[in-house]
Structure formats: structure tokens, C-alpha cells
Write a protein that binds this ligand. Structure first.
Ligand SMILES: C[S@@+](CC[C@H](N)C(=O)[O-])C[C@H]1O[C@@H](n2cnc3c(N)ncnc32)[C@H](O)[C@@H]1O
Length: 276
């Protein structure tokens, strides 16, 4: 009897989760093209010229820097959007640099990376490039409420070619996308079910609330061992205080050695390396 009730509850829960996911399949980012190609290009030119001396220092320190021409081209298609906040994509450099260092320090047959908050796939592709450039075997499992296989406008320059799936948007980076498993769903529901027994490197970039960041951290940290790394985006006081608060709590717990990097007034990151 208990088994039967459990099965009914699981079935109802799966149906509800699927219904919630379907909400995100129909033009979740808007039902029209937001700007001309020229406007996206103008915004791109501004964003790509910004310098980040702290990130230059990180790259010098790790000895690994992403190919900037490659990064800028990817950013034009996946980071340049119409939004109120400043456009910036230095997290691609941070992720690449940290992951390359992690791979070099801990050679292993296969590396598992998990990301929450895929969006258009920018950060996943930067991490896939790190794997490729390091000639390392591995995969990236990335989660978002947004579908990978439904066509919609992505609020980016490629919208001028019509509605696309994320898979279509990322076609030019197919060999890297092949290393990525794109999952749709709420990270709090899906993360505990990703089905891996170790997460060597993680990037937390979905919902920027204290509760979500802490729950995602908990799910990841249960699958990490000494030396594994977890990176947090937008640890920016005054802008994402919920994330800042979560990082302070994580630091107080002492399981991870935490580092912070302030790239600009609007962009700051933190990462933890598992102590034990
Ligand atoms: C800041 S964007 C991620 C940017 C991406 N990492 C990049 O570098 O391009 C946040 C993403 O998280 C997704 N998201 C927000 N809350 C979520 C949740 N609870 N579960 C899964 N995805 C979520 C949003 O749909 C959005 O695409």
C-alpha cells in the first residue's frame, strides 16, 4: 500500500514538474525581435572593449587564458542582449582559467562539471573549451528552466534568423556542444537527480537568491571531495545581496577555502576549493 501511495505521489509530482517546465517553452524571453542587428553590434563593441585588470592577474596567476577572439565571437551570439544592467562577460575568462588550472593540477580519466543556469550556453561552452584545450575527457551537465529543443527568440543578434532552439543557436560550436548535456528543469528539483557520483567542478548561476544558492551549493557539495571546485557568479554587494549572503554562510561553514574576485563595480565572483 505504501509503495502504491509513493508511486502515485511521484507520478503526480513528475506531471506537475513537466507542466511547470512547459510554461517555459513558449517565447519565455519575449515574442518579438528586440533590436536591430546594428544595435546588437554596437552593444557588443562597447562590451568587448572593457578591461578587467583583476582577471588579467588571475590568468597570469593560473597560467591559462581563453582565446579572446573566440570568446568575443561566442559572446556576440550568447551574451549581447537588450537589458537594463551593464553587458559584461568576464565570467567566461574566469571559468576557463580556473577550470584549466583545476584540470592541470588534478589529471584524471574523466571530469564531471555541473552548471546551474545555462541561458544561451555561453558559460557551458567556455568550460567545454577548457576541456578541449586541455585535451581532457569530460562532460558538462547544465540545467535551466529554458528548453533546449523548443524554438523561441533568445533576445540576441541571431533572432534575425528567426526563432531557434538553443541547439540551433549553438550549431557553430557543435564539437564543443557535444560535450554538454543540456537539461531542462528547476535546478532545485533536477540537481539532486543528475545521476553523477562526483562533481569535480561546478558553476552556480541560476536563481540569485540566498535560498537557491545555498540549496544548489548543498546538492553540489554532497558530491565533491577534497580539491574539487565550486564557482559562484554575481557575488556583487548591492546588486545581488542574496548571493553575497549565501557565500558568507558557506565561508563560515569552513568546508571550502573561498576566494573572491571583484572584476568591476557590477561583476564579482567567488570560488571555493574543497578542503576535505
Ligand atoms: C544569469 S543566467 C545564466 C547565464 C549563463 N550561465 C551564462 O553565463 O550565459 C540565469 C539562468 O538561470 C535560469 N534559472 C533561473 N532560475 C532557475 C531555476 N530555479 N532552475 C533552473 N534554471 C533557472 C534562467 O532561466 C536563466 O537562463
Amino acid at each position: 500500500m505504501r509503495n502504491y501511495v509513493g508511486a502515485v505521489q511521484r507520478f503526480a509530482f513528475e506531471r506537475l514538474a513537466a507542466a511547470i517546465d512547459r510554461r517555459w517553452n513558449n517565447d519565455p524571453l519575449g515574442s518579438r525581435i528586440r533590436a536591430s542587428k546594428e544595435e546588437y553590434l554596437r552593444l557588443f563593441e562597447i562590451a568587448r572593449r572593457v578591461e578587467y585588470p583583476e582577471i588579467d592577474r588571475l590568468e597570469a596567476d593560473t597560467g591559462f587564458a581563453i582565446d579572446r577572439e573566440w570568446l568575443d565571437n561566442l559572446a556576440l551570439h550568447t551574451q549581447i542582449t537588450i537589458k537594463k544592467s551593464t553587458l559584461a562577460y568576464p565570467h567566461g575568462r574566469v571559468l576557463y582559467s580556473l577550470l584549466r588550472r583545476e584540470l592541470a593540477s588534478n589529471p584524471r580519466p574523466f571530469t564531471t562539471i555541473v552548471e546551474t543556469g545555462t541561458a544561451r550556453g555561453f558559460s557551458s561552452l567556455c568550460m567545454a573549451k577548457a576541456l578541449q584545450d586541455a585535451s581532457a575527457a569530460g562532460h558538462i551537465i547544465t540545467l535551466d528552466v529554458l528548453s533546449h529543443n523548443h524554438r523561441f527568440y533568445w533576445n540576441c543578434i541571431d533572432d534575425h534568423g528567426g526563432r531557434k532552439t538553443r541547439a540551433e543557436l549553438l550549431k557553430p560550436w557543435q564539437s564543443l556542444s557535444d560535450r554538454i548535456v543540456f537539461l531542462q528543469g528547476d535546478s532545485l528539483v533536477q540537481l539532486p537527480k543528475v545521476g553523477v557520483n562526483r562533481i569535480h567542478f561546478a558553476f552556480i548561476d541560476a536563481q540569485h537568491t540566498t535560498k537557491n544558492v545555498l540549496l544548489e551549493y548543498r546538492a553540489v557539495s554532497e558530491l565533491q571531495l577534497a580539491g574539487d571546485v565550486i564557482v559562484f557568479d554575481d557575488v556583487t554587494p548591492g546588486q545581488f545581496d542574496g548571493v553575497v549572503e549565501a557565500i558568507e554562510q558557506i565561508e563560515r561553514q569552513g568546508q571550502y577555502g573561498m576566494r573572491r574576485l571583484v572584476a568591476s563595480d557590477t561583476r564579482a565572483y567567488a570560488w571555493g576549493t574543497r578542503r576535505r
